[in-house]
Design a protein around this ligand. Structure first.
Ligand SMILES: [Zn+2]
Length: 472
């Protein structure tokens, strides 16, 4: 089977083929770290994780870039009210984002670029757009001229008769009705300097608009043209439309080849989940209410297809927790049961059939819910076979193989040892102390010890992070 993905650009499912054999470049719009990510954001991030895992399962090496937006109107507002710089203001929310991702077992991206650390790239792109006549300066701000880009609106199927040439919007977010020239650069306002939010540029001191960061940073890490761009459907217009216009106008080359959009999560009343709609639920609230982050993960990726709207309710979360428990119990039972001296060719054939159906579902635009449905049918059948002592060594091995493959996407079956996180954090702190004391032999020993227990350490700009790997 080959992987097929629903490309928003063409509105069809297409057979996926990367630019470079064996390697896929993905850009995904990440969080704006002005606050905790709400569950609607997390749905998109877990969808990115599912995509990554399916590409890896298909044999590709993945380069995944996810931006952390650390400057926008809201961050400036909040930092000003808090009397601090934007850099200081976002720190706890950056940390909280990585904690949420780890709690939900999202695989780390290869790069987490931030706009405040890529100002030169953005200034260069804006300069090119000015030189090529796609942008203009108005009262110290720089705007993209949408009239100059005839393909503007192709992704979101915008009715171009509604365009208002020359009309300008300075805000980062607006609706289709107000499609108009958008800000690439906003001139410095009094006080921006104190917030650490003003930079020099040939077109005057100021700060970047929101949209230019993704064009400049995807170019830096993935090149002018790359394989897949993802985001929540709420970013389709204007953000993604603006990204395409900026990148293709500046680079003179096609931008992302495949666009994938995940649907909204709605709250219990059916409203789109967002802070502005008042349905603000964050992972730590759910965890405080007793929900397992892995049940939330299961709910977000396995309960409904990523292009379907889904409603977050307590009942739905409990149902997901129950499904996770059933999978864990089944895996445990298979592992603990000694193979029966039984002829189990029929069961082996049935497992192979389920495995093929599972793979087929994932290859069909990441249809994990369908794949999981087939697996649960098998769980029922295999539990009955276990009751009757009809599972021999062959079927047992095939079941374990299938469960491992399924957990490659779900990542919910490996139960956490109680207190593991605290223990790992303690060892990381010990290793840091050893490194500070230049006792590198001891630091390396601690790293090795963790590696043997299936914990890999990664040094990042945000300190040391850890993730589960196959024990060495
Ligand atoms: Zn973006």
């Amino acid at each position: 089977m080959t992987l097929r993905l629903h490309n928003t650009l063409t509105g069809t499912k297409e057979v996926f083929a990367p630019i470079e054999a064996g390697h896929v470049g993905i850009y995904t719009c990440g969080p704006t770290v002005w606050n905790f990510a709400h569950i609607g954001n997390l749905r998109a991030f877990m969808f990115y994780d599912l995509l990554r895992r399916q590409l890896q399962a298909s044999g590709y090496r993945v380069t995944h870039v996810m931006n952390l937006t650390d400057i926008d109107d809201r961050i400036l507002d909040q930092a000003m009210h808090a009397g601090t710089t934007i850099t200081e203001y976002v720190k706890p929310f950056v940390a909280a984002f990585f904690e949420d991702m780890a709690a939900m077992r999202a695989q780390p991206a290869e790069q987490y670029p931030r706009p405040t650390e890529h100002i030169p790239e953005m200034v260069a792109m804006i300069t090119t757009l000015l030189e090529k006549g796609f942008a203009y300066v108005a009262d110290g701000d720089v705007y993209f001229r949408i009239e100059s880009f005839p393909r503007y609106g192709a992704l979101s199927h915008l009715d171009r008769s509604g365009l208002r040439p020359g009309a300008r919007v300075a805000t980062d977010r607006y609706d289709k009705e107000s499609a108009s020239d958008f800000a690439l650069w906003k001139k410095a306002q009094p006080g921006d300097d104190t917030l650490g939010a003003a930079w020099d540029a040939p077109f005057g001191p100021g700060r970047p608009g929101w949209h230019i960061e993704c064009s400049a940073m995807s170019k830096r890490y993935l090149g002018d043209t790359f394989d897949i761009h993802c985001g929540g459907v709420d970013l389709l217009f204007p953000h993604h439309e603006n990204e395409i216009a900026q990148s293709e106008a500046a680079n003179g080359k096609p931008f992302a080849r495949v666009w994938l959009h995940s649907e909204f999560l709605s709250d219990a009343s059916g409203e789109k989940m967002s802070k502005s709609a008042g349905g603000f639920t964050i992972l730590r609230d759910l965890v405080a209410a007793g929900h397992d982050p892995l049940a939330v993960r299961f709910f977000l990726i396995a309960n409904a297809h990523y292009r379907q709207r889904v409603r977050l309710t307590t009942d739905a979360l409990h149902a997901s927790a129950e499904q996770v428990r059933r999978l864990r119990d089944f895996a445990e039972r298979v592992r603990r049961t000694d193979p029966a001296p039984a002829a189990d060719e029929d069961l082996i054939a049935r497992i192979a059939e389920v495995r093929a159906a599972y793979r087929g579902a994932l290859d069909d635009d990441l249809n994990l819910p369908q794949g999981i449905g087939v697996v649960f049918e098998l769980v029922r059948e295999a539990n009955a076979a276990l009751d009757e002592k009809k599972v021999g060594a062959g079927a047992r091995g095939a079941l374990l193989g299938l469960l491992e493959e399924v957990d490659g996407h779900l990542d919910v079956m490996g139960g956490e040892e109680p207190g593991l996180a605290d223990e790992v954090e303690r060892l990381i702190a010990e290793r840091e102390a050893a490194r500070a004391a230049k006792d590198f032999a001891r630091a390396d020993r601690i790293r090795e010890e963790l590696r043997e227990r299936g914990i890999a350490l990664e040094d990042s700009r945000d300190g040391v992070r850890w993730r589960r790997v196959t024990p060495a």
